[in-house]
Design a protein around this ligand. Structure first.
Ligand code: PLP
Length: 478
């Protein structure tokens, strides 16, 4: 390979040329994928994929950027395919991709205002808008971080600091929804809470936190020498997409002076939908809320809002000193004064630009459309022989099983077989979960192009796989 000059790495002309070609290729890929003309899942085992990408950087056979991108696209899980129905990862609106190009090239570091002047202003306005959507008042504040896991850690750090400031030397504990995302318990562990101080609150039959159990869990902890500092609710939970009863949890927290945290990574976007806003009634009473933009707001990973109802107090508890970087006079605008992360990309820029270019209404319309469709899908499943939904969906997550057998463990094995076969086919991408020992197929409707016809097609494919499997078991070798 001929050696290039150092400066050529920054050549504007090749950026322009390659950029135009790249956008053309991506637009073509988007078009093809959206038509469903591409497998939703490439279907290679991880080891096989590893072999396709040599570990020597001069051994790929071609150093052509376009070539590599086209191989990358072919080997990717296709989130724009109408047949993608898997995890809660957004089908990004292309305007976000353009905005990411802007933020990647300009590389504004959100650590301090001076390194990200316009990006900081955009973040302030975006955070204020999102906080008002949550129903928070003028005292609220927040910032953006890289993902829900970091958001939950940040919120619990603020909760712990608030508690420590008023009562030092206590053995602190936290009450967490049984169905909470694992990162909430992990955050508490990172903060140094003892294992037995992270207590799960049982869920009811719909997999939402049973708020009636909070009192007994708190008393049990106190009997063992702990002081409860916070309750972490899910809005909604990851597995089934059900919303914890936020108002009841807020009543409990207010009564006992506890910090109420809401992990709204997936479901806080319901505040944008006039039809579904009621699902998060009470979120405005939380002390902290985490809201992933990269789940239900059409944005690629990562951008998460962390919001505090009493902003000044919470942000002060997160503040740091660092003479080489941070200056008290700009504390209000320096992200590193409060974020666990120091350098952060200009996380607000894509969403700010998208809100301006698409308008705000499309985001609410998206939530309403996908939540409506999940309800329609559950109806289809319940009306199709041998299918059963785990719980009526509240969000756009639908868990169900194809269970024609009497024996439950055989039905569990069948769900695993169905999922594996679906992935081997590649046409659809779905995932699975386990609820109280029962295996379910799990779908999240992230793409408005996943129409009712697509869902009917999936149901037909699953029953076909299931029936074929049973037939093979009845007549092995036929
Ligand atoms: C409820 C909930 N909380 C937190 C997370 C973790 O968020 P992230 O993947 O953005 O770190 C997820 C991810 O699916 C989630 O569903």
């Amino acid at each position: 390979m001929p050696k290039k000059s150092l400066e050529s790495a920054w050549d504007p002309e090749s950026f322009r040329r390659n950029g135009h070609r790249l956008v053309d290729a991506l637009a073509e890929h988007l078009h093809t994928t959206q038509q469903g003309n591409y497998p939703a899942y490439p279907g290679y085992e991880a080891e096989e994929m590893l072999q396709q990408w040599p570990d020597q950087f001069d051994a790929i056979g071609s150093n052509d950027f376009e070539d590599l991108v086209s191989r990358y696209l072919a080997g990717s899980t296709q989130l724009h395919s109408p047949n993608y129905l898997g995890h809660q990862v957004a089908t990004p609106a292309p305007v976000f991709a353009l905005a990411h190009l802007v933020s990647a090239l300009t590389n504004q570091s959100g650590a301090v205002y001076e390194m990200s002047p316009s990006a900081t202003a955009m973040e302030k306005h975006l955070v204020a808008w999102m906080a008002s959507c949550l129903g928070f008042g003028p005292d609220a504040d927040g910032f953006l971080v890289n993902g829900g896991a970091i958001g939950n850690l940040t919120s619990l750090l603020a909760a712990r600091t608030a508690m420590r400031n008023s009562h030092s030397g206590l053995r602190l504990a936290i009450l967490v929804s049984e169905q909470a995302h694992y990162c909430v318990a992990r955050a508490a562990e990172i903060l140094g809470l003892e294992h037995q101080a992270i207590v799960s609150v049982p869920a009811d039959r719909s997999y939402r936190m049973d708020a009636g159990c909070l009192q007994s869990r708190k008393e049990m902890l106190e009997k063992n020498g702990f002081t409860v500092m916070a309750v972490a609710a899910s809005a909604c939970s990851t597995s089934t997409g059900t919303y914890d009863p936020l108002d009841a949890i807020a009543d409990f927290c207010e009564k006992h002076g506890l910090w109420m945290h809401v992990d709204g990574a997936h479901g806080a976007s319901a505040v944008l939908s006039a039809k579904y806003r009621g699902l998060v009634a009470g979120i405005e009473r939380a002390d902290s809320v985490v809201w992933d933009i990269h789940k239900m707001m059409l944005a690629p990973a990562l951008a998460t809002g962390v919001f505090f109802r009493r902003g000044a107090k919470a942000l002060a508890s997160l503040s740091q000193k660092a003479a080489y970087l941070l200056d008290d006079s700009s504390a209000r605008f320096d992200g590193a004064q409060r974020s666990i992360e120091c350098t952060r990309p200009a996380l607000a820029v894509p969403t700010y630009l998208a809100l301006h270019t698409l308008g705000t209404d499309v985001f609410g319309e998206f939530v309403t459309t996908m939540y409506d469709r999940a309800r329609w899908f559950a109806g289809l499943l319940n009306n199709t022989e041998n299918f059963k939904v785990a719980v009526p969906p509240e969000s756009n997550i639908v868990c169900f099983r194809y269970a024609p057998l009497q024996d439950d463990s055989a039905n569990n094995a069948l769900q695993r077989h169905i999922r594996k076969t679906v992935l081997d086919d590649g046409k659809f991408y779905i995932v699975q979960t386990e609820l109280n020992g029962t295996v379910y197929l799990r779908t999240t409707l992230m793409n408005p192009f996943s129409t009712e016809e697509v869902l009917q097609d999936l149901v037909a494919r699953i029953s076909n796989i299931g029936d074929q499997h049973l037939e093979n078991r009845r007549h092995p070798g036929s």
